[in-house]
Design a protein around this ligand. Structure first.
Ligand SMILES: [Zn+2]
Ligand SMILES: [Zn+2]
Length: 544
């Protein structure tokens, strides 16, 4: 056992907002966005007039600066930057540069105090009405955003370069016979597959000539799209959906599960629902412990988040991210594959790495909330319309479903984590999140499409993750491709397996021990997920 740090983020949803409170919140978000955009534009303009003087040495990749007299402090030092913001271009040293443009210092340009006045066209107070602390914080945040955006752009440029190189290889392969090498033909293959002669060692099974042609076209489109994005003028589309708050700004009333943020919203009380069921007694105890843990953090802050929900309306959250020190397991006897399904709530199967087979504990969790969930989704759809009959009654019905779903998810997550703990296994799950990045990379799989709008999957997997990390159990997210179509015993792919129904899986490989037997489909998928994690193939992320 050894101690290890892990970052845990917890979201509290703000619920039951009156339209008056909503307006108040939205107004603050908009002001915050205005101020941030203002700072970003000004900082960009300032930075455009500063130029790095050094040269990068090729061998060591270190920056080399010439020495000279700094125009600002007058000392003989390495001159790092030419500053053209104040009339005459001035060559300045590193300390002077940081004194002017370091992210700690940049706020001095925007916020005036009793001692120093700022230029009128830089004064952030004229732009937006905000809490005083936010005036000081926003310039720094805007600066960080610019840096992050620049790094992202650099990475995108690099990706384009890489793609161009790859496309060039495919073009060479297609046009020049000498540049391609044939892979040994497998019995069921009709066409020969090739790889580029520089890639002979790669495990790739190669491409057919038609495949190469398709690849060239596909990559061409991808490159074109990426270059278009890079050439577009950057707009600071900061939506202002995130406000940084000091944790001690937020006051909790655990008994009522309410919060107040006195410095922002005066006496406005906001009802919350939490990572645990805060309405129950045990939930409140848990929540109190958790709150104590947050207060011990050195950097004490949280985010107020505004999100657009699936029905097009805003949802509000309070998000805490904190580092917890947990006893991390280092030795695992195997892996607990968890498949979160639709017909069944979840299947958890232990796969032993020594015996190389699935064994106890195995548990399939039935889904008692399927009906509730469907009714709930129907209600949400109904309520998103403008005119609804008996709106209040329907809202009541909706609010009643929430605690039941909460309770079931918590119970299931707790059981799964307990299973992993007693079996000395780590947990692996499918990564079904469809971020923008992934959407660009590949088309969504059928399953991803199915889960995209399903809140239950996210809820359950996040709960398992949260509870497991607190116990020091590793979490591995794997790619969801073909987990439900591959045979977990012999590895036959979708052409040699069948799914006569949602719940049943059959292997058609005569040498397989599952041949023609009805296997529980969720069980099969869970084993595949565990195997992927154990073989370290198609792993997306590992936590802890
Ligand atoms: Zn200087
Ligand atoms: Zn099989």
């Amino acid at each position: 056992m050894n101690m290890s740090k892990t970052t845990i983020s917890v979201k509290l949803k703000i619920i039951d907002l009156s339209s008056e409170k909503k307006e108040f919140l939205d107004n603050y978000f908009n002001e915050y966005a205005k101020a941030t955009t203002f700072c970003q534009l000004r900082i960009r303009r300032l930075l455009r007039n500063t130029h790095w003087l050094g040269k990068k040495e090729k061998s060591s990749k270190k920056w080399i600066f010439e020495s000279g007299i700094c125009d600002l402090c007058g000392e003989n030092k390495e001159l790092v930057n030419e500053d053209r913001n104040s009339g005459e271009p001035a060559k300045i040293c590193k300390r002077c540069y940081n004194g002017r443009y370091g992210n700690q210092m940049i706020r001095k340009l925007f916020v005036s105090t009793k001692k120093r006045e700022v230029q009128e066209n830089m004064d952030i107070r004229r732009v937006a009405k905000l809490n005083n602390t936010h005036y000081h914080r926003i310039p720094e945040e805007a600066f960080d955003m610019i840096k992050a955006a620049d790094t992202a752009e650099k990475r995108r440029k690099k990706n384009v370069e890489y793609d161009k190189k790859r496309q060039m290889e495919f073009i060479e392969m297609f046009n020049d016979e000498k540049k391609r090498a044939a892979r040994p033909k497998k019995p069921n293959e009709r066409e020969t597959r090739y790889v580029h002669i520089s890639k002979l060692e790669s495990p790739s099974k190669g491409y057919t000539l038609n495949g190469i042609k398709r690849k060239i076209d596909g990559m061409g489109k991808k490159i074109e799209r990426a270059e278009k994005g890079l050439s577009r003028k950057k707009i600071f589309g900061y939506q202002g959906n995130r406000i940084k708050l000091d944790s001690n700004w937020v006051r909790f009333d655990l008994a009522e599960s309410e919060i107040t943020i006195p410095s922002l919203f005066k006496e406005m009380k906001l009802r919350i629902t939490g990572p645990t069921n805060v309405h129950s007694k045990s939930g409140q105890i848990y929540f109190a412990e958790w709150f104590e843990r947050i207060n011990k953090q050195p950097n004490n802050y949280c985010y107020l988040i505004r999100k657009t929900s699936s029905n097009g309306k805003y949802e509000y959250y309070l998000q805490y991210t904190y580092e917890a020190e947990v006893e991390a397991n280092k030795e695992y006897a195997g892996c607990l594959g968890v498949d979160i399904g639709c017909s069944k709530l979840a299947a958890a199967v232990y796969y032993d790495s020594k015996n190389k087979k699935a064994q106890k504990p195995i548990e399939i969790f039935t889904n008692p909330i399927k009906k509730i969930k469907m009714r709930r989704e129907k209600l949400i759809k109904l309520l998103s319309r403008v005119k609804v009959r008996h709106r209040r009654r329907k809202l009541m019905q909706l609010s009643k479903t929430e605690p039941i779903i909460d309770y079931t998810c918590h119970k299931t997550a707790r059981k799964i984590v307990e299973m992993a703990n007693t079996a000395k296994a780590f947990i692996s799950m499918e990564n079904l999140e469809t971020g923008i990045k992934q959407k660009q990379q590949a088309r969504e799989t059928k399953k991803q499409k199915f889960y995209r709008n399903m809140f239950l999957f996210r809820k359950l997997s996040k709960l398992i993750e949260y509870k497991a990390l607190l116990k020091g159990i590793k979490i591995v997210y794997v790619k969801p491709d073909y987990t439900s179509q591959t045979c977990s015993s012999c590895g036959a792919d979708k052409e040699k397996t069948e799914r006569p129904s949602q719940a049943i899986f059959r292997c058609l490989n005569p040498t397989c021990r599952y041949y023609q037997r009805d296997i529980n489909a969720d069980f099969n998928a869970a084993v595949n997920i565990a195997k992927k994690a154990l073989n370290n193939t198609e792993v997306v992320t590992t936590l802890l």
